[in-house]
Design a binder for this molecule. Structure first.
Ligand code: NAP
Length: 292
């Protein structure tokens, strides 16, 4: 039996990882870390201990990590001084005697010069800091979340079309659900010590292919329009997004265009022992008529 603590338990990836951990081996002692423990749903996570902790409060982290063997460290939100927060988590884990840190980062091709604002640099710094910490690690470089399509192109894509400055780029976009299943495997299996995996779909696909899938789902012809960056930002701002958020969303499209998420590794397929969920299936859930 191992004691496994999962951060970000009130968020999508952390909560779903805990749910897979509950199914994987119920004998493990599972702990959910939350800034506000009252936000953790006990019915979602039966039997999971909840501890308070905040990435910006080192003392809270050292206390929360007491007795933990394996720590699942969900990356902090961009634009919130992730570098300091991540260093706080790693140093607290070391002080508390955590044996292994599993960090969820972001897919990045070797030698790429593409920079996602407040994201890419902190990924590099965090990975290097973790490797130098002396704590055994596993790094999960996640591809672009498929779930993020609804933010990038909008939940109204069936009415407005798929508009994004993504060029003809292809990405191994993947649901957080499949990423959480892989994370649960890595957290409970041996053999992943000091390894780095790149987790994504087993094929890369373009936003033109996403538009084609949406055409089937919405039973009408949906076009993909490779939209100029400023036009995309202006459209998002008109919908009420603050300019920095609209610009950041545009950057993810530009990252796809630049091939940041194109590399296929099949690491995820190997970890979960099956083909990842086809993107058409996940898109059908995201754009089901009932969710519109
Ligand atoms: N690969 C991609 O496409 C992609 C896209 C977007 C984001 N990401 C990264 O993936 C991470 C997880 O994604 P997600 O969808 O699960 O995000 P999410 O649903 O927004 O969850 C973020 C989690 O982090 C927690 N958190 C935020 N600030 C914290 C702090 N100071 N101390 C402790 N916990 C804190 C939140 O807790 P509260 O409930 O207290 O806020 C929440 O539980 C994100 O944080 C981001 O770094 C990746």
């Amino acid at each position: 039996m191992a004691t496994i603590l999962v951060t970000g338990s009130t968020g999508h990836l952390g909560r779903q990882t805990l749910q897979f951990l509950l199914k994987t081996d119920p004998t493990n002692h599972l702990i959910a870390l939350a800034r506000d423990p009252s936000k953790v749903s006990a019915s979602d996570l039966p039997g999971v201990e909840v501890r308070q902790g905040d990435y910006t409060d080192s003392d809270s982290l050292v206390q929360a990590f007491a007795g933990v063997d394996t720590l699942f460290m969900v990356a902090a939100v961009s634009f919130t001084d992730r570098e300091t927060q991540h260093k706080n988590v790693i140093l607290a884990a070391k002080e508390a005697g955590v044996k292994r840190i599993v960090y969820t980062g972001l897919q990045r091709p070797e030698g790429s010069s593409f920079v996602l604002t407040e994201t890419t640099q902190t990924e590099v710094v965090t990975e290097n800091f973790l490797k130098a910490s002396g704590v055994t690690y596993t790094i999960l470089r996640n591809s672009l979340y498929l779930d993020a399509v609804t933010f990038m192109v909008g939940q109204d894509a069936c009415q407005e079309g798929v508009r994004l400055p993504a060029g003809t780029g292809k990405a191994t976009m993947i649901s957080r659900h499949d990423l959480a299943e892989a994370a649960a495997k890595v957290l409970t299996e041996s053999g992943h010590e000091n390894k780095t995996y790149t987790l994504g779909a087993s094929e890369a696909f373009s936003f033109a292919e996403i538009a084609a899938a949406l055409s089937d789902i919405c039973s009408k012809n949906i076009a993909y329009v490779d939209t100029p960056v400023q036009e995309y930002i202006d459209a998002k701002v008109k919908l009420g997004f603050p300019v920095p958020v609209a610009s950041f969303l545009a950057e993810w499209g530009q990252a796809v265009a630049a091939g940041e998420f194109t590399e296929v590794t099949k690491d995820l397929e190997r970890l979960i022992g099956r083909k990842p969920t086809p993107y058409e299936t996940d898109l059908a859930k995201l754009y089901a008529p009932s969710s519109l």
